[in-house]
Design a protein around this ligand. Structure first.
Ligand code: IVH
Length: 688
């Protein structure tokens, strides 16, 4: 290491240089997912920065890298696909929410009394991990990642001595065990003290520290970090392990895992409420951070019948402790323009720490919300943050209102393109009418186009897209596919290099082959989310056909328009939205220019492999014996069917319970296919 600067001028100049350099490295790593220096080099620069700051403390910059907090650099992990997706939990915040959860589960199962029999486990705010064992040996360990695919952190997990690498027999041939990796409060504080002393980054909370420690490329660093695991769930298994969750936890203990010792069995919702209070009181004294209690229905057969809704199970809930609050000043109300022109007011706040997170922005939702809460610029506002949820402004402190507090007046024009901003009667949202002439809308649409559910272009996240848009590298969707001609220009940009530019161009090239559904979703048409885009793709099959039909559908009353409106779940309102998009020639021209760059795959293949119930209209009649009605309905809907009450010519399938009456007769009359409950179940299970 070179010698320290001798004069304050030299020190100041070098600190400025290091701050800029580290800023650039951070951006490359966090925003472009394309680090430009090794971890070791990065750490050396941070240490140099810390040494100069120690010698010249009065020169520490406001934007000093030593003040920044963040996860540890980690790159280059292999990916592991989860055999069973790693999902999340729905939240409860009070006893009513919990009762509602228990009632809902009971109703779903067709029980007459509320469901009982839970296991409660403190909810550690760490990071979840999946451990796969084959023939009793630890095969691999993966982080949750996006829920479908995680990072391979096997080498790091092997350094955690409390995690068994071998399971004593008996055990299934293959089993996946899940749990939470965390750091104790004491180990977190000690780690931060050591980091600070070494001039390394300090972590914002135990969760970040645990994540940063696990996601280290060098396992010897992980080994020093005292990570722990509480095991709590099952993933994939080649054979059943237990009949209840509680027995499963006991089995985990027998295999050598640590299960949270406060885990307990409870019968009723009232017992859950008492447990919640008890843990709430013990919370501060626990050696690790928790943010609530997870309650799971104990019987595993009920768990599997209850299944999932969206990304959360019906058989478990996280009852969170009350959220963290703070007050701060509302400095200004900014207006954000969204992809579809929606103008959203955003609070610009004096920076404040809310439960460990520095907050400077919060959404104000819409102008009615501002009026309802009587929020004025200059007010002291109360902020609340619950878990990972984005902070909310829950109200103001009226006594602290300054005399010159300024009420908010909704804009009559778009702040970006100055087009008229209108709020249609009956809607809460004001919208810019500028469409594609509005730079903000265009920019947001481009961001949407490259995003995960759409074209999913790695390395073209929203920060990069904003920069490329501002610098006119990308102005229209088709420009993305012209970037290859500007590779050297990209490579020369700040924070980029030959390699990252090459990677980006390659990522773009692979997306020239795209499914019709992704293409449609990528256009960012209002109300056409992923699900509707898939429906459209399946219905129309090819891009050429879809395009022609949409142009025909522009005419109100046309056959194409009524066909569009009759697609299950599309309906007339969404049909209008599509027709309006196609009625604007600039939209069609922009779309065509993009399509000319692509090979858009037809959707037939997807249809062939879909479930036999997909797109079918089903009626259940009579008393079902193995499935409760809501359960049967949810199962059918999950497989893409539409469930209706009455039998007509449009009905594809009638499922007959016992004592089926008039609907069964009507089905026979109309020649509609009827099947038994057992046949329905086997169809649902085997997909045939
Ligand atoms: S069970 C289907 N049990 O909370 C979800 N999760 O919001 C199964 N967590 O990603 C999760 N303690 O990281 C479960 N005892 C516990 C937990 C727990 C903490 C975390 C976990 C999960 C998140 C869900």
């Amino acid at each position: 290491m070179t010698e320290l600067p001798t004069t304050p001028e030299e020190a100041e100049a070098e600190l400025a240089r290091l701050a800029a350099l580290l800023g650039e490295y951070d951006r490359a790593y966090h925003e472009q997912d394309a680090p430009i220096v090794s971890d070791a080099e990065y750490d050396a620069i941070r240490r140099r920065n810390a040494e100069i700051e120690a010698a010249f403390p009065s020169l520490i910059r406001a934007d000093s890298p030593s003040r920044r907090i963040g996860g540890a650099p980690a790159q280059g992990f292999g990916k592991i696909r989860h055999l069973v997706p790693m999902l999340s939990l729905d939240n409860a915040f009070n006893a009513d929410d919990f009762t509602e959860f228990a009632d809902r589960a009971g109703r779903f199962l067709g029980l007459t009394a509320p469901i009982t029999g839970f296991v409660a486990e403190p909810k550690i705010d760490g990071l979840s991990i999946s451990l796969t064992y084959t023939r009793g040996q630890l095969l691999h360990a993966a982080t949750r990642g996006d829920g479908t695919e995680g990072e391979d952190v096997t080498a790091n997990i092997r350094t955690i001595t409390s995690i068994p690498t071998t399971l004593p027999a008996p055990h299934p041939d293959r089993i996946e065990i899940r749990g939470e990796i965390f750091l104790s409060k004491a180990d977190f504080l000690a780690l931060n003290a050591a980091q600070e002393a070494a001039g390394d980054k300090v972590f914002a909370n135990p969760r970040n520290a645990a994540a940063g420690s696990l996601r280290q490329l060098d396992p010897t660093i992980t080994a020093q970090r005292k990570l722990r695991l509480f095991a709590y769930a099952m993933g994939d298994a080649s054979a059943p392990v237990a009949a209840t969750h509680w027995d499963y936890l006991e089995q985990l203990i027998a295999w050598g895992f640590t299960v949270n010792p406060l885990s307990t069995r409870l019968e009723t919702a009232a017992e859950a409420a008492a447990f919640q209070d008890k843990i709430g009181l013990e919370r501060a004294a626990l050696p690790y951070d928790i943010d609530g209690v997870v309650y799971k229905i104990n019987a595993l057969d009920l768990q599997s019948r209850l299944g999932f809704v969206g990304r959360t199970p019906r058989w478990a809930i996280a009852w969170k402790f009350p959220a963290e609050r703070a007050t701060t000043t509302l400095e200004d109300i900014l207006i954000q323009v969204g992809r579809t022109g929606a103008l959203t007011p955003v609070a610009a706040l004096t920076a404040v720490n809310v439960g460990g997170v520095i907050v400077t922005r919060a959404t104000l939702h819409n102008e009615d919300e501002i009026a309802r809460k009587d929020i004025r610029i200059g007010d002291t506002v109360i902020l609340q943050r619950a878990g990972d949820v984005i902070p909310q402004i829950i109200g103001i402190v009226p006594e602290r209102r300054p005399v010159d507090a300024k009420p908010f007046t909704p804009l009559t024009h778009c702040p970006v393109c100055n087009s008229l901003a209108v709020r249609p009667a009956g809607e809460v949202v004001r919208r810019c009418t500028g469409g594609l002439i509005c730079a903000a809308q265009t920019e947001e649409r481009l961001i949407h186009l490259a995003s995960r559910g759409a074209f999913d272009i790695e390395g073209l996240g929203d920060k990069t897209m904003r920069e490329f848009f501002a610098d006119r590298l990308i102005q229209t969707p088709a420009d993305i596919f012209h970037l290859a001609t500007r590779e050297s220009e990209i490579a020369a940009r700040e924070g980029w290099g030959a390699l990252s530019a090459r990677n980006l161009i390659q990522a773009i090239e692979t997306r020239r082959d795209i499914s019709l559904a992704r293409f449609i979703f990528g256009l960012g048409i209002r109300r056409i989310g992923e699900a509707n885009a898939k429906l459209l793709a399946r219905h129309y099959g090819s891009f050429t056909n879809w395009r022609a039909q949409m142009l025909n559908a522009v005419v109100i009353g046309s056959e194409a328009r009524s066909d569009l409106g009759s697609i299950l779940r599309i309906g007339p309102a969404i049909a209008t939205e599509l027709a309006e998009f196609f009625a604007e020639p600039r939209n069609v021209a922009t779309m065509d220019a993009l399509a000319a760059e692509l090979r858009i795959a037809d959707a037939e293949a997807a249809q062939a492999s879909a479930s036999p119930l997909s797109g079918k209209t089903i009626v259940f009649t009579g008393t079902l014996t193995t499935l409760a009605r809501p359960e049967a309905k949810a199962l059918a809907e999950r497989l893409g069917a539409k469930v209706t009450d009455s039998v007509s010519k449009k009905t594809d399938l009638v499922v007959l319970g016992t004592d089926a009456g008039s609907k069964a007769r009507k089905a026979t009359e109309l020649g509609v296919r009827t099947i038994s409950e057992a046949e329905f179940q086997s169809m649902a299970e085997t997909g045939e």
